[in-house]
Design a protein around this ligand. Sequence first.
Ligand code: SF4
Length: 448
Amino acid sequence: MTAASLALSERSVPRYTSYPTAPHFSAEIGAKEAGEWLAELSPSAGLSLYLHVPFCPAICTYCGCHTKALRQDAPLTAYKETLLREIELVSAATRARHVRSIHWGGGTPSMLGPSRFREVARTLGEYFDLDADVEHAIELDPRLVDEALVEALLESGVNRVSLGVQDFNPHVQKASGRDQPYEAVERCVALLRSGGLSAINFDLMYGLPQQSVDDVIRTARLAAGLAPSRLAVFGYAHVPWFAVHQRLIDSAALAGANERLAQAAAVRETLESEGFEAIGLDHFSRPHDMLAVAARAGRLHRNFQGYTTDDADALIGLGVSSIGRLPQGYLGNIGDTGNWRRAIEAERLPISRGLAFSGEDVVRGEIIERLMCDFAVDFGAVAKAHFYREDAFDDAKPRLAPLIDEGLAELNGRRLAITDYGRPFVRLAAAAFDAYLEAKAARHSVAV
Ligand code: SF4
């Protein structure tokens, strides 16, 4: 790798799970706008629901999620009660009822426990019409899965689970504050399968403290041996100014840019040799999986959960700090549990920030999403399809020049294609179309 490519890989850019990205949301958008936007949704609009549960039994030091450690039961019951009222409040604000997908994230959403989980899932079904083939997914901590939970998940219609695996090597787990033996994951997978839950995703990570290329290869092989349907492989984002517990991580134990690139490449090679197909920047699945089929057909999407086949008209966020995406813009829920509860008790939609899309946001967002999903986009054609001039987004060209000089991307007219070698750098190409990046400096993780 050249010195110039190496310098590019160390640039700080967003992950582009949304555009405009969350640091640009503002308090100008609140309950009033949320109410108007929800009321404008057509009764036939397809919905996707995201439920956030911001609690974990203990905090892993690498965690970048909105969560906190919790050991008592009472706050979980209070949280569940407020979630039920929020579902009621949101459903009263819109005529849209038709739910195509449900995703539970956190935190550790299964901390609700079987009975509270059942109650929330049942309430969703009472206030909304769930599609017969609704995708109902949940993120699980493999160490906390038992028979009673599996039973509750199945009874509630859950049909896809994501297990936080990260790394199977004890020295990496120790340095990352997450003790999770391979046997715990193996046992969890067996339990889920014996209950009939076969759509099992794994989340792996590279760039963790004390992790080497050999460690990620070993983890990828062991993971493939458990035959998940899909895997997501995320680079550890060291953002201690945002996630304060990451200050416990010794930055000297973290891989440099060259090593991170080597680890990402090693995971990819290992999973491909095990029969998985690379999807987008960081996902893998079997070639016949819906995600791979959608990727080949140019129908892949990207949202806050990463790559998805979900093409719902609106994503509604429920729970503390969740984010929704409506046709009119983004809505961010209040991040503090007490304030979130007080808003809902006052019968007010608990929105504290958001962003109303301009016409240009929508077009730039589509260019960025296609790039992140397909590694290619004709940005002149996208502009034209939205009644903009073909050259409306040529401001990106000078920002793309360093990528093209390094052989990371190719430009033919306005058709931009990321080269195979350049795939890990795709976030930098996306950043060339980001009109907010220079306007307001926000701190992000490194590009690769
Ligand atoms: S990584 Fe997952 S389990 Fe660990 S603290 Fe964060 S949300 Fe909780």
